[in-house]
Design a protein around this ligand. Structure first.
Ligand SMILES: [Zn+2]
Length: 180
C-alpha cells in the first residue's frame, strides 16, 4: 500500500458494497446478494434507481435471443473482482465517476451480439491519447456485407456504451475473425 502504481480498486458505493454486483443484479435480473442491507441502504437504493433508469436498452439487448455462454457473466464478475482498470466518466469537485473497463467491454459485447448477423463478439478497451478505442472481434454470417456490418457495429456499440455507462468511445476497430 502507498505505492503510486497500485491498480484502482473495484468500484464500491459509499456503504462499501460492490457497484458491479448491483450492475449485474439489474442487467441479469438477479436477486440481491444482501436484501436486508439493500432495502434499507440509501446508497444502494440510489444506485439501483439510477441503474434501472439507464438499463432499459441494455436489458432489451440482453433479452435478444443471442448465443451467450451461460457462464459468461460469472466469468466476467470474477474478472472484475480481480481488479480491472477503470475509466473516469466525470470528474467534479464533488467526486469522480468511474466505470470498469470490463463493464464497457460487456456493454460493447451485448450491443454487438444484438446486431443481426453477429454470432460471437468480444471487446477490449484500448487507450489512445485522443480517447477510448474499442477493439471489437466478431464472428459473422457469411451473407452480411462486412463493411456494412462494421458500420452498424460501430454505431450500435458506441451508442450502447455511451447510453449505459457514459463512456464516450471515439473509435471501434472491428475485426471479423470468422464467418458461419
Ligand atoms: Zn448499500
Amino acid at each position: 500500500m502507498g505505492s503510486p502504481v497500485t491498480r484502482p480498486p473495484a468500484p464500491t458505493l459509499e456503504c462499501g458494497r460492490d457497484l458491479l454486483a448491483l450492475v449485474e443484479q439489474v442487467t441479469e435480473e438477479l436477486p440481491p446478494a444482501d436484501p436486508e442491507h439493500q432495502a434499507s441502504c440509501p446508497y444502494c437504493q440510489d444506485a439501483l434507481a439510477r441503474l434501472r433508469a439507464d438499463s432499459g436498452a441494455l436489458r432489451e439487448l440482453a433479452a435478444e435471443p443471442v448465443r451467450v455462454p451461460r457462464d459468461l457473466s460469472g466469468r466476467l464478475v470474477a474478472g472484475l473482482r480481480g481488479g480491472g482498470r477503470s475509466i473516469v466518466v466525470a470528474a467534479a469537485p464533488g467526486g469522480r465517476d468511474s466505470v470498469a473497463e470490463a463493464v464497457v467491454c460487456r456493454l460493447a459485447r451485448l450491443a454487438a451480439l444484438a446486431v443481426q448477423g453477429v454470432h460471437q463478439a468480444s471487446a477490449v478497451v484500448v487507450h489512445r491519447d485522443a480517447g477510448i478505442t474499442l477493439d471489437l472481434h466478431v464472428t459473422a454470417e457469411l451473407d452480411r456485407s462486412l463493411p456494412d456490418l462494421a458500420t452498424q457495429l460501430r454505431e450500435a456499440v458506441t451508442h450502447a456504451v455511451a447510453r449505459s455507462s457514459g463512456v464516450r468511445v471515439t473509435a471501434v476497430d472491428v475485426t471479423v475473425d470468422d464467418v458461419v
